[in-house]
Design a protein around this ligand. Structure first.
Ligand SMILES: [Zn+2]
Length: 329
């Protein structure tokens, strides 16, 4: 079963999260393989997407935010787009679009950053928005400070976290066809003491980047975790092996009912809105050509069919809606 474990280092400004996705991850892979003629993802794509799924789950569990977290990689190689989404209840879904050949031993840059133009975007989309409120999005390149191509997703995301949260973060990620797992270690921000001191605190916090001795020690321990260990060992063994000299405060794990699980947010209504977005002319052209509009969900494989009458109704219903002001009278 999939699980999330959060913990603190007693008395130290450091926290951690360990995620292991098993059934949730294999369900994502199974649905992709079942819905595509080409079958399962090539192993390098599988492991990149699994690492994205584990990282997105770690990030969602590490922030106080009621909305979906969407991690996207816009690639300039054979993988054009990879998406991993986590809902507030840890409903997970992910998909990757491949156009071209993927070498059996393709590195991250060979998949998505051939010309150093790949990007990683993280979107926080609140569940309930105020009028005019936009989703928050942060974008980072897939290269480092000297424009060198980064070859691990954890390097890309550590860079992102430092930029967006001004917090030192260490990530270890790994995925295969059975497990997608990750460990996150983060320095806690210095506590704020009211508005007046707020700017002083944030300055002090920035000054602390890369300098906290406790964080540095724990980050080194975390980084010693090997990919193979993360994939094969259970949570208790991993934490004991890495941090046996530290004093951990554990939280109730998210397992069982609260565990991360596969779930897709697609619906007939959302697809209708997409067809509405095409405009009546283009939608009717497709119907004339193919007899219906068929839309498949890339995440779960669901197929939505709209016959000519359905399509006419979508536009009629939208057109018949009275303007808001008229409805008020
Ligand atoms: Zn779906």
């Amino acid at each position: 079963m999939s699980e999330i474990h959060k913990f603190l280092f007693e008395g130290l400004p450091v926290r951690g999260v360990l995620v292991r996705l098993t059934d949730a991850w294999t369900e994502i892979l199974r649905r992709h393989a079942a819905g595509h003629a080409a079958g399962a993802y090539p192993p390098p794509v599988q492991s990149m997407l699994g690492e994205m799924m584990a990282a997105a789950t770690l990030m969602q569990s590490n922030i106080k935010f009621n909305g979906s977290l969407i991690m996207q990689i816009f690639g300039d190689g054979p993988v054009k787009l990879a998406v991993a989404e986590v809902q507030p209840d840890f409903g997970l879904r992910a998909t990757a679009t491949i156009a071209g050949d993927v070498a059996a031993d393709a590195s991250l840059s060979m998949l998505v950053n051939v010309n150093n133009e790949g990007k990683c975007a993280i979107t926080l989309d609140p569940q309930t928005k105020f009028p005019g409120q936009q989703a928050y999005q942060g974008v980072v390149p897939l290269f480092g400070d000297a424009r060198e191509k980064l070859e691990s997703l954890s390097d890309v995301l550590q860079h992102y976290m430092l930029q967006s949260e001004q917090l030192d973060t260490t990530l270890v990620l790994a995925a295969n066809d059975q497990v997608a797992a990750g460990l996150l270690i983060q320095r806690l921000p210095l506590a704020g003491v009211g508005n007046l001191a707020g700017s002083l605190v944030s300055q002090a916090n920035e000054d602390e980047i890369g300098r906290n001795e406790h964080y540095k020690r724990i980050a080194i321990l975390a980084s010693s975790l090997k990919r193979e260990e993360l994939l094969t060992l259970d949570v208790e063994t991993i934490l004991r092996r890495l941090f046996w000299e530290e004093s951990l405060v554990r939280f109730e794990p998210q397992a069982g009912e609260a565990a991360p699980h596969f779930s897709c947010t697609c619906s007939r209504e959302r697809v209708s809105n997409m067809i509405l977005g095409l405009g009546t002319e283009e939608a009717q052209d497709i119907v004339a050509e193919r007899g219906e509009i068929e839309v498949g969900c890339e995440f779960c494989g669901a197929q939505y069919h709209f016959d000519p009458i359905d399509v006419t109704w979508i536009f009629r219903e939208a057109g018949d809606l009275p303007p808001a002001s008229a409805a008020m009278q």
